[in-house]
Design a binder for this molecule. Structure first.
Ligand code: MN3
Length: 204
């Protein structure tokens, strides 16, 4: 069975006014769908790969037939990154995390404001298309970083917890060239309960 597009976990207009409905609709139904279609098409000749989660393929690109590596990196990365992005956003969100994740952020970055500043800088300052991330590194420490194009932290041995899509298609209709305004608004739709659950799962 080819991979399937998960339904958007909220209405197109649920992130208004921070992220507009038209952007969400095109982002999910066109861009995200296209990464999935391209990935499914690329794997048509090796259907046994569909038995593995796409995240598993990204974790070990070198295990794939050489002819598939670039496509899985780009299209599979696009599919997995967008699933991850939409899952951690929602209405009535934003604010700050609580519990273990809050304590870990405080320990790693000093306080939430310093963390927010760091992830904002990584996202706004990323040159070209890509993603800003909060991830766990191989030693289990929180780290803020960015990836280019559709590269996944999974391919670098990191465990992603939260991401901000900084491709222009994520913000151009509402914010035009003002990526910093989009990233500033994006914080208002982060679902910290989802991020905290990912953090807890990664530490088991
Ligand atoms: Mn995108």
């Amino acid at each position: 069975m080819p991979y399937q597009l998960p339904a958007l976990p909220f209405a197109y207009d649920a992130l208004e006014p921070h992220i507009d409905a038209r952007t969400v609709e095109i982002h999910h139904d066109k861009h995200h769908q296209t990464y999935l279609n391209n990935l499914n098409k690329a794997l048509e000749g090796t259907p046994e790969l569909f038995n593995k989660a796409p995240e598993v393929l990204l974790k070990d690109l070198n295990a794939l037939p050489e002819a598939l590596r670039k496509t899985v990196r780009n299209q599979g990365g696009g599919f997995v990154n967008h699933n991850f992005y939409f899952e951690c956003l929602g209405p009535k969100a934003g604010g700050e995390p609580t519990g273990d994740l809050a304590a870990a952020i405080q320990k790693a970055f000093g306080n939430f404001a310093a963390f927010k500043e760091k992830l904002t800088a990584a996202s706004v300052g990323h040159f070209g298309s890509g993603w800003g991330w909060l991830s766990l590194d191989k030693s289990g420490q929180l780290t803020v970083h960015s990836t280019a194009n559709q590269d996944s932290p999974l391919s670098e041995g990191l465990t992603p917890l939260l991401t901000c899509d900084v491709w222009e298609h994520a913000y151009y209709l509402k914010y035009q060239n003002l990526r910093a305004n989009y990233v500033g608004a994006w914080w208002n739709v982060v679902k910290w309960d989802v991020v905290a659950a990912r953090y807890a799962a990664a530490r088991k």
